[in-house]
Design a protein around this ligand. Structure first.
Ligand code: AP5
Ligand code: MG
Length: 191
């Protein structure tokens, strides 16, 4: 199994690059942000609870997202060639829980691809997307900056967690989508 994590701050291009990687390597996409937005669209209790955090640019509690990922893996593991985790794990407890889960199933993470983009570029991209995406957390610069604050304080330490396992690959996330995709593919294919 080829299991990858696409890592990086909000707006770094995780969703954009996931599409190309899914097609090329035939992976199953697991984006906690997409799953949560789907729960909100269906007005489930989980979605309504998560929305309170998402609308403020805050992370949703660990137990909620860990439970979601765990059941998605259980539902799909027999049918897939590998997973691309997008926007998960985002805290150290999430990373530890994912390691345990994958260890139990003997399907470890192969590589963590970390997209590096400056804060000004992130804000510019997300405000731009906000004009058409309908995502409530893209509408307001202060909420976008709050998402970056959450990233720096809670998510950035996850990179060290995987660096200690020699799995972290930093990729420049600015430039054309195609150039970044090529760099990602090289990181996946070269040891
Ligand atoms: P989530 O949906 O994961 O959003 P995010 O991390 O904030 O990131 P985005 O999806 O906004 O950006 P992206 O990196 O995917 O970039 P994209 O390709 O779209 O999370 C949303 C919320 O859900 C969180 O704030 C939190 O509340 C909650 N949540 C989710 N997961 C959680 C978890 N594990 N734990 C707790 N809470 C969780 O690109 C962005 C824009 O840039 C697009 O317009 C795109 O076209 C453009 N773009 C992409 N590449 C380039 C390029 N090379 N050059 C120019 N523009 C580009
Ligand atoms: Mg995304």
């Amino acid at each position: 199994m080829l299991n990858l994590i696409l890592f990086g701050p909000p707006g770094s291009g995780k969703g954009t690059q996931a599409e190309g990687l899914i097609n090329k390597f035939k992976l199953q996409h697991l984006s906690t942000g997409d799953i949560l937005r789907n729960e909100i669209a269906r007005s489930t209790a989980l979605g309504m609870e998560a929305k309170k955090f998402m609308d403020k640019g805050l992370l949703v509690p660990d137990e909620v997202v860990i439970g979601m990922i765990s059941s998605k893996i259980d539902e799909t593991v027999e049918q897939v060639k590998g997973y691309i985790f997008d926007g998960f794990p985002r805290t150290i407890p999430q990373a530890e829980a994912l390691d345990k889960l994958l260890q139990f199933k003997q399907i470890p993470i192969k590589k963590v691809l970390s997209l590096e983009v400056s804060e000004e570029e992130l804000v510019k991209r997300l405000l731009g997307r906000g004009t058409t995406s309908g995502r409530s957390d893209d509408q307001d610069e202060s909420i976008i900056r709050q998402r970056v604050v959450e990233y720096r304080s809670k998510t950035a330490p996850v990179a060290d967690f995987y660096a200690k396992q020699n799995k972290l690959h930093a990729i420049k996330g600015e430039g054309s989508v195609e150039t970044i995709f090529t760099a990602l593919c090289n990181a996946v294919e070269n040891n």
